[in-house]
Ligand binder design. Structure first.
Ligand code: FAD
Length: 411
């Protein structure tokens, strides 16, 4: 079977950014990227597609067009990992060998965990910004709705971009407010978690919007079933240690599914108990296999699963991979940075930026962007700056807004 210096499984945000960062430092490294996908998505844009701000096509490129120059792309799924023999198994029956492996397959949206959901999605008022093809439907539903009940759900953690379920809700409410119909719409937020947002610093600003939009917030309320025909959503509500089942009729339902590790990882020696890739939180090196690294949504680290996190992780993994190729120990550390731009209304964002343990890690000085308050500067960043930064810098190995000081051990 063929052998490469580096095999990267997954050509999403993390896989492409890491390959580009490695090649920027050393163009001679031979890299194979394994990914069956036809297209590459800028998923952070889907929130704005759901709000009618972006066209879906702005968030998609052909996978071939984002492949870094010099990489061998194997357009096939990885089906198994054999880290004891330095090999990856592929869906077409081949295996490929590596010196160093980077596992970056993202995570799997487990739609099937909510009974009836797969049949209901995409019609009868049931939508989700977590799918490219459905985000435009969110916008259509919001535009059509003049009265009734709108439900927004958030599953148990971990999920990618933990703020996205409520972002969809705030932007919908903002459109209804402008259309003058918000007073006639009952908006409910059913969050399986016990808090509105995991880092307490940002909660007061968000609560102001919950109250201004008149949202009925229900914590520890987990969506378990959807009856698309009768338009009834079933939740399991936890209260004082007891649980009860609550049925809610709806006119519109925005769902975010539970999110799990891909089977090919979860059933492999790479998995932690959670099913995600068992890497060290700082070096992103596998805890048991010294020539394996993991990053992105598939990693079992405790950071916010975001493209912003990947922006910081990719250069760290790149320098640590190069060190590993030379038989050296990791030289760089990741601090857990992740970012969640909470779109509280069109034109304003609460820019949550934090690392491991909820430590605040603002990129900008507070006079420019005060992350604990809604700001126009943060919206400008999200709408105008971050997409080009993603396509033209992050995916090309130009490490803008990926602060060198985060490469802790003198790269
Ligand atoms: P992905 O980009 O999902 O890529 C995974 C890749 O692996 C895919 O190309 C897939 O085809 C491939 N793959 C899967 N299985 C296999 C296999 N078996 N073999 C080979 N290849 C495989 N982040 C932010 O920073 N800010 C935001 O505002 C934001 N908002 C978001 C809003 C929504 C609605 C969503 C869905 C996400 C949002 N994110 C946001 C999160 C961000 O998109 C992800 O964190 C990021 O894409 C993670 O990168 P990744 O490479 O790990 O996974």
């Amino acid at each position: 079977d063929s052998k490469f210096d580096v095999v990267i499984v997954g050509g999403g945000s993390a896989g492409i950014a890491t390959a580009a960062s490695i090649l920027k430092r050393n163009a001679k490294v031979t890299i194979a990227i394994v990914d069956p996908a036809q297209d590459h998505y800028y998923q952070p844009g889907w929130t704005l597609v759901g709000a009618g701000v972006f066209k879906p096509e702005q968030t998609r490129r052909a996978e071939a067009d984002v492949m870094p120059h010099g990489v061998t792309w194997l357009q096939v799924a990885a089906t198994g990992f054999d880290p004891d023999r330095n090999r990856v198994e592929l869906a077409d029956g081949r295996t490929i060998a590596y010196q160093v492996l980077v596992a970056a397959p993202g995570l799997r949206l487990a739609w099937e965990k909510i009974a009836g959901l797969e049949d209901a999605l995409g019609r009868g008022g049931v939508t989700s910004n977590y799918r490219y093809d459905l985000a435009p439907y969110t916008h259509r539903l919001v535009q059509q709705m003049k009265a009734g009940r709108a439900l927004f759900s958030q599953p148990p953690m971990p999920i990618k971009c933990a703020g996205a379920p409520q972002k969809a809700m705030y932007l919908s409410c903002d459109l209804w407010r402008d259309a003058g119909v918000l007073p006639k719409i009952d908006v409910e937020f059913h969050n399986a978690g016990a808090v509105l947002f995991g880092v307490a610093t940002y909660v007061p600003a968000l609560m102001e919007y919950i109250s201004a939009y008149g949202i009925d917030m229900r914590l520890e309320s987990n969506l378990v079933a959807v009856d698309g025909q009768r338009r009834i959503a079933t939740f399991v509500q936890t209260k004082d240690g007891a649980t009860e089942t609550v049925e809610r009729e709806f006119d519109m339902l925005h769902v975010v599914p539970a999110q799990v590790s891909h089977d090919c990882v979860a059933k492999s020696p790479l998995a932690a108990a959670s099913g995600f890739i068992d890497v060290d939180e700082a070096t992103l090196r596998h805890k048991r296999y010294a020539n394996v690294f993991g990053l992105g949504d598939g990693a079992g680290t405790s950071n916010a699963k975001t493209a912003a996190a990947v922006r910081q992780q990719a250069p760290v993994v790149a320098v640590n991979v190069l060190a590993a190729l030379e038989g050296r120990e990791p030289v760089a550390d990741y601090d857990g940075y992740g970012s969640c731009p909470l779109t509280v209304e069109r034109g304003k964002i609460v820019l949550a930026e934090f690392g491991y343990g909820g430590k605040l890690l603002p990129t900008f000085p507070a006079w420019l962007v005060n992350g604990t308050r809604p700001t126009r500067a943060a919206w400008f960043l999200k709408e105008r700056m971050l997409p080009p930064l993603y396509w033209h810098a992050m995916l090309k190995g130009h490490e803008l807004l990926a602060s060198p000081h985060r490469i802790g051990r003198a790269a």
